[in-house]
Design a protein around this ligand. Structure first.
Ligand code: SF4
Length: 83
């Protein structure tokens, strides 16, 4: 991910934006297991974000870190939080 994130794209509470690269996602479900209020698997077994404020930011980052293919990108007010 590159570029500056406009503040109005950030979630109201955590002030983050989560992007899942669907091309990379292999549907392992690790992110859902770590943060089920934040991620879910869609009908194509690809992760999608349901609520960026569904868990504390550190849990979101932990979930991103658990992704075996690094398909989850977390952005905050000052830029990339993960990876
Ligand atoms: S952990 Fe990564 S590969 Fe697994 S479902 Fe989530 S985004 Fe997809």
């Amino acid at each position: 991910m590159t570029g500056i994130v406009a503040s109005n794209e950030l979630s109201p509470s955590n002030r983050i934006r989560i992007v899942v690269d669907r091309g990379l996602c292999i549907g392992s479900g690790d992110c859902v297991e770590t943060a089920p209020e934040v991620f879910e698997l869609d009908a194509e077994d690809k992760a999608r974000v349901i609520d960026a404020d569904g868990a504390p930011t550190d849990v979101v980052i932990e979930a991103a870190g658990n992704c075996p293919v690094t398909a989850i990108f977390v952005l905050g007010e000052d830029g990339e939080l993960y990876p």
